[in-house]
Design a protein around this ligand. Structure first.
Ligand code: PRP
Ligand code: URA
Length: 207
């Protein structure tokens, strides 16, 4: 199973707060943004740098800056929206695409309803979605991006089930998966156990 679990103590602490059923939408959203920043810091570690000539108040020097096209961030609607601001706090010039998918409650298969992406040429993308359950939604989102010519994709989730990791590893072995927590299993409705419930509902206060 190919997955990187980002279990920094701060991340583990905050995930526990998010799991608690008494945590309300305001705190849930804030914690998700904070965890996204903590994870995003590590996930962007392999960004390439180039030299840049600058002048400090004292002297000329060669500094470093991130090279190439700015990253593309793609939240899977709706719950992925809760991770966008955390990434933009780190990379304010990133471009943001959107993929709209929901899980049919009967079949648990993803249904696509929206896709709008920035210019994709030579741009690396990070797909964000808090939950990786059966893996159907994330796999479909990755396929959509690949169909548009995107070659370098990472998947960043908060809580995953082993089944979801297996699906992504099988369907898209080239895509690295980063999660804050790998849980035990799925229940009969496709919810992650112990999980944190319905991420979209908890972010937006819906039922
Ligand atoms: C949730 C979650 C993922 C998907 C994960 O979205 O945000 O996109 O389920 O499940 P899967 O791995 O089994 O596909 P949901 O379909 O509930 O839509 P929402 O974000 O609009 O609430
Ligand atoms: N989607 C969620 O929001 N939560 C789960 O546990 C599974 C899918």
């Amino acid at each position: 199973m190919q997955v990187q679990i980002m279990d920094h103590p701060l991340i583990q602490h905050k995930v526990t707060l998010m799991r608690m059923k008494e945590t309300g939408s305001k705190d849930f959203r804030e914690l998700l943004e904070e965890i996204t920043m903590l994870m995003g810091y590590e996930i962007t570690r392999d960004l390439t740098l180039e030299d840049v000539a600058i002048e400090t108040p004292i002297t000329k020097m060669t500094g470093k800056q991130i090279s190439g096209k700015k990253l593309g961030i793609v939240p899977v609607l709706r719950a992925g929206l809760g991770m966008v601001q955390g990434m933009l706090n780190l990379i304010p010039t990133a471009k943001v695409g959107h993929v709209g998918l929901y899980r049919d409650p009967e079949t648990l298969k993803p249904v696509e309803y929206y896709c709008k992406l920035p210019d994709v040429e030579d741009r690396d993308f990070i797909i964000v979605d808090p939950m990786l359950a059966t893996g159907g939604s994330a796999s479909a989102a990755i396929t959509l991006l690949k169909e548009r010519g995107i070659k370098h994709i990472k998947l960043m989730c908060l809580v995953a089930a082993p089944a979801g990791i297996d699906v992504i590893n099988t369907d898209h072995p080239d895509v690295k998966i980063f999660v804050a927590a790998l849980d035990e299993k799925l229940d009969e409705h496709g919810y992650i156990v112990p999980g944190l419930g319905d991420a979209g509902d908890r972010i937006f206060g819906t039922k």
